[in-house]
Each structure stands twice: as structure tokens, then as C-alpha cells.
Design a protein around this ligand. Sequence first.
Ligand code: 5U1
Length: 671
Amino acid sequence: MKEIDADIVNKVNALRKALHRHNYLYYVLDNPEVSDAEYDRMMRELTALEEAWPELYDPDSPTSRIGAPPLSEFETIAHSIPMLSLGNAFTDSETIDFDRRVRKILRTDDEILYTVEPKLDGLAVELVYEKGKLIVASTRGDGINGEVITANVRTIRSVPLLLQDTGKRNIPLRLEVRGEVFISHEGFRSLNEEQLSQKLSPFANPRNAAAGSLRQLDSSITAKRPLEIFFYGVGETDLRLKSHWETLQTLQELGLRINPLIRQEITIEKAVDYYKALEDKRHLLPYDIDGMVIKVDALSLQTKLGSTSRSPRWAIAYKFKAMQETTRVLNIDVQVGRTGVLTPVAHLQPVNVGGAMVRRATLHNEDEIERKDIRIGDTVLVQRAGDVIPEVVKVIESKRTGVERIFHMPLNCPVCGSIVIRAKGETATRCINATCLAQLKERIKHFSSKGAFDIDGLGDKLVEQLVDKGLLASYADIFHLDAVKIEGMERMGARSAEKLVLSIEKSKKIKFNCFLYALGIRHVGEHVAKILASEFKSLDNLLDATATQIGAVEGVGSVIAESVVNFFKQNTNREVISRILDSNVCILFQAGEKERTLENKVFVLTGTLKDLTRNQAKEMIEAAGGKVSGSVGRKTDYLVAGSSPGSKLNMAKDLGVEIIDQATLQKMLSL
Ligand code: 5U1
């Protein structure tokens, strides 16, 4: 056997320690100290050392998040303290009643202080740490017994395999900690993109995606899913704690991620106010929440209040308005997308779902309509989840009267009249006329959308008019629009036209990944575009790459690779690209490692920049290794101030942060 050099052991230990810390800084404190590239380098170095020295295997190494052999079924485990569910309140007065009940049981007229937190729409889990090591993780199950999903939970990046030792307090001998596993909207989008590119069915909503991912018998599949966690409470533990707030702070200190929107020790009236603020903010959050949990803060009072067999008397979930409602399908028509796919859409009797009027819902495709047996005239359950398009969950069959009509997919494109085709083995029906105006409109909307050219002011209605009037016949025409042409459109004043011309001008500086995404290549969503851009670095490299080379990139399978190569093979597509580039469009290619001139520098942006959107500035800074923060603080290196700067400018002056303008930023980026 090879003798292991002490230097190697020290190096491995140092890397493990550093990577555990960087995981904590990144996932728990949301405040990384090193760039992604530096983190990846350390991870690669550790992996290489562990491969060379298998004797140094440690199941808790930051590298060991995957690899447990698949299970044939889940074992079950009893929770030492039952995982109860929560009682619900739906109105302010029910919440006030809850507070009244609490005070009545405690026989007090004193104000009770509560800690409140968003209620994530995910799956409850319990993790057990012994002497700081993650030993077992289980689902809530029936509250008494859960399924053991340790291998799966270990793959979640925000779950520490070892508790963080800050030296401030002793690591508990035992800590049962509870939290909610979820998938963010962004994660959901990229997961479904991936599912579709593998010809697999997309998940209906982030919750289903999280549930499906967590209950995989093969943990290597879970490892590829963008699962996240927020912790919210403890079961059995030897930690000595006095309040729920202190519990949460302790969890955070131990490296367990808590939700940043928790509010501490507030009265029931303030809790009701905060509920309203949270409900207003709900659609802006990057993940789904379905309410707010209100908990009596003092643990001594929680103990006095106790629990019923189902739920604790010291907590309640104040739920948001339902995101599901019943309504009627008035009609079904068909929309033609940018790739020619015909999507059936239900026109609904307008219904208020969670505060927003819903008039239409996607029915996805012909098979989906058949599977759910949705007919015109049916009463259906519709659902809105996050920023996902509303959809029909199911038909309420008991409401059928016999007059409902079965929908048939049209044989011709409803826009251009060409025949439509449904290929064998595919769910999609397509219009195959490449000059179909509906496709052109959708392609242009996609091209100018956020994440692509991000042209502020070029809305859907305007694109439709411009195409109908023959002013936009291809992408490049966008860059030849002038204020006079735009002003001729309905509801376009001189000011809006001028503003749009400016946004078009700004959009001409575009990051490579956004450019690739804008082209609307089949299976190349934002996520895949980022992978391709960072791997191939330039358009020429990608144009020269073979399907085998593209397919070999991690995260890009053969289906995507074929699609990319086919796209670039077509002369019409190459001509489209040339015309775009001839319109003074400048693709910003990602800096290589050497060119990461802003490595670890923290920037804050304020005001309007002359000819960059904030998103563009942010992406350029990040491409050069810098970070962009939302607020000025001690760690800020530069404040980039445009016209009409906000309060951040004064804050930066107070803290002595260097203030720069766009020109200086561009010099730093060497543009
Ligand atoms: N945020 C949060 N979610 N959640 C769910 N806190 C919380 N607490 C729960 C549950 C079921 O239960 C404890 C109050 C027992």
C-alpha cells in the first residue's frame, strides 16, 4: 500500500474545511467570499486528491453528495417527537381569535410576542445530526413515521453534511431539525427545460417537482434536481434554547439555512400587517409560499400551551388566498408558438385565483386534453402556481350536464392555414410553414424578451402590429426601427417611441448566452444557453463544434447537441445571424479565467446608466468575476451611479465607498 504523505492529508483536510465554510457562506449566509470558478477549482483539486488516495474516503467530505446505490424501497423511521401539522387561519379575525385562545389558555391579558415566517409550499423533512454529523433524514410521512431519504437529502447543496463549528457554542450531541424542501421558480424552469429536452414529461408545478425529486430511489437522479431547503424548527435536541427566534438564530449559526423573511417578536397586530406585506410581495419571491406561520416566541409558553393530537396550540398558518378555483371552460382555441407548436388554450369564465383574474389556461397538448378529458363547457379546477401560466388541474365530472363538447385539434394552422403535422412519438402538433406569421411574432417576442435581447418597451401588442404592418419580417429589422415607424403604431406617443429606440440601442451589447437564448434554438433555454456560452466562449467556436463535442458537455445531451448543430447548419439561420451582427450588435463573450479582472470585487448599482440596462451591467460584472449586491455595505467596493441615483449614493458616501460612473465601469471591464 502507498504511504500517504502528511502534506497530502493536511491538504485534503484543509480543502474539506474550506469547502464546508464556502458552502455555508454561499448557501446559508448568501454572502460568498470566493468566485464560482475558485470554488470549482478547489472542488476539482479535492476530488482529484480523493481519487488518488481512496484511503482518505470520508462520507462527509464536500465531494460526497452523490453515489449511494439505488434503493428498492424506502425504509421507515419513527420521529422521536411527532411532526404535527398546523392549524389554519384564513382571515384577520381568525388570526386574532388564535391570539385570544392563546391568552385564554395562558390566563393572561398581557401581549404575547410571536415570531412569523413565510410558509414554503414544499415538503417537510426531519434531519438528525449527531455530534455535528448528518445521520439520517426522513420525510414527514404520517407525522409519526417517515420514510428514510438520507441519501437524497445529502445531495441538497444547502444541507450541511457537518454542522458549522463557529466556536461560539458547543455542537449539540443530538439535533433533530425540521425544514421544508422546495424548488425555486428558476430551478423549476430549468428542470422542465431539461425534462423536455430528454423527451420526458414536464412537472406540473414546483411542489410536484420537489416531491418527485425527493422520493427518488436512485439518489443520483435527486442530485441533478435543483432542490433547496429552509429550516424552521427543532425536534429533540440537547441545545438549550429559550425562544423560537433564538432557535432560528442558532440553526443559522450551525450552518442550517433559515428564511430571510422571518420577523421576530411581534404582536398579533403587527403579524397581521406583515401578512399583508408578505402577500403583496409573494409574486416577487423566487419560490412559492402559501401563507405565513405565526408562532408563540417563548418556548416556555409553547410548552404550557401544548398540542392537540394534530397540531400545536402555539402556532397557526395564516394561509394566502387559494391558488385553485373552479370555473367553466367557455371555449378552447389554439395558439401557435415560435417553433410552430400548436398549444390548445382554454378560455375560462373569468375567476379570481389568489388575487389575480384568470381568463385563460394552457391545456398543453392534445394528449393532455384527452388524459384529463377536458371538454368545452366543463366545470374545471384551475390553478396558478408562482409565475407559471394557469392550468386546468382536473374536470369536476359531477357538474357535467351532457351538453359539453369534445375538442379536436385543427387540421390546419389557425393563422396561416398550412397543414399541421404530429410526428410519431411526439405530443406536439406543429405548423410546418416557416413563414407563418404567428411563428414570426412569437419568435420576435422571444428574441426581445428578458433573458434574451431584453428590449424594454417592445411589448407583445407592439410586436404584433409591427409584424402585421410588414415592418418586422425578421429579427434584424428590430435594429432598423426608427421613432417615425414606431410612432405610427396604435397607442405609441413620441416619448415612448424615443424610449424604445434607446432600449433597442442599449440591447445591441449582448452577452453571448443571452444571444444564444434569443435565437430560439429548440431545447436551448436560458440554462442550456449559459452552459454552451461558458463552454464554447465564442460564436465561432460553437459554429465549428460537432454534435459529439457539444453533446459531451456536462448538462447538454445528444438531443440538444443535434438541435444546435442542425440550427447552425441551415443557411437561412446563418444569414439571420449575419444580418443581426451587421446591425452593429456586439456580442460580449465571457472573459476567460485570466480576464476575470473584477474577481471578488463587490459592486452596487444605482440610478439609470447611459447605455446599459442594470441587468446587462450586472451580468458583465459577474462575467469578469465581480459580484453585484442590492445594498451598500461595508463590503461594497464600488457604487456604480447613473443618473437620478437613489439613497444608495448617500450611503456609499457615508461609508467612503468609491463611486464610479458607467464609463469607468466599462474601462474596468476593458470594453
Ligand atoms: N415556516 C414554517 N413552516 N412550518 C411548517 N414553520 C413551520 N412549522 C411547522 C410546520 C408544519 O410546524 C411546527 C409549528 C410544529
